[in-house]
Design a protein. Structure first.
Length: 193
């Protein structure tokens, strides 16, 4: 069974970067209208968090949609019929280029005696709005990031899509069964994390 990948391109100092949103069809196949609604939901996710994104940065959901095999091989390319507008950051305070927020995904699967997990980063995030002085996320930011992620997952469910984690190590995809936001700053080692 295949899965779909939408990409969002981050542009700014030290960029570009890429985020992936991977999902599979639920029992009902996903059509173009579903993909378009998912892209709009993903854009809304980023727009909700624009106050944490430095104003030198912007995020654009790609017009290209990839269909990948379970092993992660590219099967086909499609184009979204309606591409959402870019999201521009609105935060104007201090920030560090590799510091931000990490969302961790749980799958409930165990492979080679290890639980399969995934993660995605929101980097950079504004220092004074996202974090307390000890490097932990402040309660407002934590609530905003959790709320935005819940809303995005609800959009996926409404469009007959199941969010997945793809593991290049195992060459397989796994359904996401839960997620959490780490209550501390995260360091991004690569713009492809």
């Amino acid at each position: 069974m295949s899965f779909w990948r939408q990409k969002a391109v981050w542009s700014g100092p030290g960029g570009p970067g890429v985020s992936h949103l991977d999902y599979r069809d639920a029992p009902v196949p996903i059509d173009d209208a579903n993909h378009t609604a998912i892209a709009a939901g993903w854009r809304a996710y980023f727009n909700t968090l624009a106050g944490y994104l430095p104003n030198e940065w912007s995020i654009a959901v790609s017009s290209e949609l990839q269909k990948l095999t379970d092993a992660g091989d590219l099967e086909e390319l499609e184009s979204l019929t309606s591409v959402p507008a870019s999201v521009a950051g609105t935060y104007s305070g201090s920030w560090a280029g590799a510091v931000g927020v990490v969302t961790r995904f749980e799958t409930g699967q165990i492979v080679n005696s290890r639980r399969v997990r995934g993660r995605t980063f929101f980097v950079p995030a504004g220092s004074t709005v996202a974090f307390d002085q000890d490097g932990t996320m402040n309660s407002t930011a934590l609530g905003d990031f959790l709320g935005a992620r819940v809303t995005l997952h609800n959009v996926l469910a409404a469009q007959n899509a199941v969010p997945v984690v793809f593991s290049p190590t195992h060459g397989a995809k796994y359904d996401i069964t839960g997620f959490n936001i780490a209550d501390r700053s995260a360091i991004l080692r690569s713009r492809r994390d």
